[in-house]
Design a protein around this ligand. Structure first.
Ligand code: NAG
Ligand code: NAG
Length: 317
């Protein structure tokens, strides 16, 4: 008798435990002292034709493109003008050494790159683009808020027009072959989610949760009283059930995740100009003077804010 009561209790407890499917444990704690264990520089060319020269780790260290002190600081080299004949301004593209499928990542950001010509991104990417998918968590150009969160996939992945998120969808076909690869984007509603506003407000936190059935992205400004304590404190485990409505919600309703998303690396990069930031219409509507390439070549003092600063990044699985 006692035994069967105990076993009923035990199975009830186990059922309750598995219901906590949204609890994840810290797997990678990325701080200034662990950065090189977790991320590598990639000196590759920019497929979006940026006015940029991504450098390797040795160059990044010697030019001060990376500084590891109380934060992980990643910046462009803005020490002088650059020749019109060269590939562009020295900058960074760093990629996580590990790949992730089901996971949560929290990015604690004190400062993001801003200024005319800048096109920064925090994103996740699979092999063999676009077949394994791409998730842009933070992206924008030329100081213009808000932040934009986007999926880019192969054909046959769309998002329902109406879904539970606080951001505003732009369009809902994630296929890179339509709408000039705009992807299925969602704009944050908070003007402090990007650029100078973000920085003057002290930054904030972004988080992504990816499962086999959805991708969610949240943003909290530094002063948001609703920031979950596990996010704010960089806790050893996080429970996304307590995080409330996401800013962007991408469900698998009309998108087979198994065939559109593979294992992803986390990438943080800063390019200049190129297909988006440098397009003449975007440049002009951003209120930026002259041409993007000329600006980036010749106005290093105006690029002094072209850097990211992270106290930490944490990945949970
Ligand atoms: C760097 O970031 C931009 C913005 O997301 C992206 O379009 C570009 O392709 C990236 N460059 C590389 C080499 O990853
Ligand atoms: C979404 O995920 C559920 C649960 O795994 C699955 O049953 C369903 O077929 C998926 N939908 C699509 C379109 O792949």
């Amino acid at each position: 008798m006692q035994l069967s009561v105990a076993s009923v209790l035990l199975s009830t407890l186990l059922a309750a435990r598995t219901a906590y499917g949204a609890t994840y444990s810290l797997s990678d704690n990325i701080t200034p002292s662990t950065f090189y264990n977790n991320f590598a520089f990639q000196a590759i060319s920019d497929p979006t034709h940026g006015r940029v020269n991504y450098v390797n780790q040795a160059t990044a260290q010697s030019e001060g493109i990376i500084t590891l002190g109380s934060t992980i600081k990643l910046s462009a080299d803005v020490s002088g003008t650059i020749p019109a004949s060269g590939p562009g301004r020295d900058s960074f593209r760093v990629q996580s050494k590990k790949q992730y499928t089901t996971h949560v990542a929290v990015f604690n950001v004190d400062h993001m790159p801003h200024g005319c010509g800048t096109w920064p991104a925090i994103w996740e990417l699979g092999d063999n683009w676009p077949n394994q998918g791409e998730v842009d968590i933070v992206e924008g150009v030329n100081d213009v808020p808000p932040n934009r969160m986007t999926l880019h996939t192969s054909s046959g992945c769309t998002m329902p027009a109406s879904r539970t998120e606080s951001g505003t969808p732009t369009q809902n076909d994630c296929n890179v072959a339509v709408n000039n690869n705009a992807g299925c984007g969602v704009l944050e509603n908070d003007p402090n989610s990007y650029g100078p506003n973000f920085n003057s407000n002290g930054g904030g936190w972004w988080a992504i949760e990816r499962t086999s059935t959805f991708i969610k992205i949240w943003f909290w400004t530094r002063d948001d009283v609703n920031t979950p304590s596990d996010v704010k404190n960089g806790a050893g485990s996080v429970n996304t059930d307590n995080w409330g409505r996401p800013d962007a919600y991408f469900p698998n309703t009309s998108c087979n995740f198994a065939s559109h998303f593979g294992p992803h690396n986390i990438i943080i990069n800063l390019t200049f100009c190129g297909d988006w930031a440098g397009s003449s219409s975007v440049w002009a509507s951003s209120g930026c003077p002259g041409t993007c390439v000329d600006y980036v070549n010749n106005r290093p003092a105006d690029l002094k804010n072209a850097y990211f600063e992270f106290p930490w990044i944490k990945v949970y699985q």
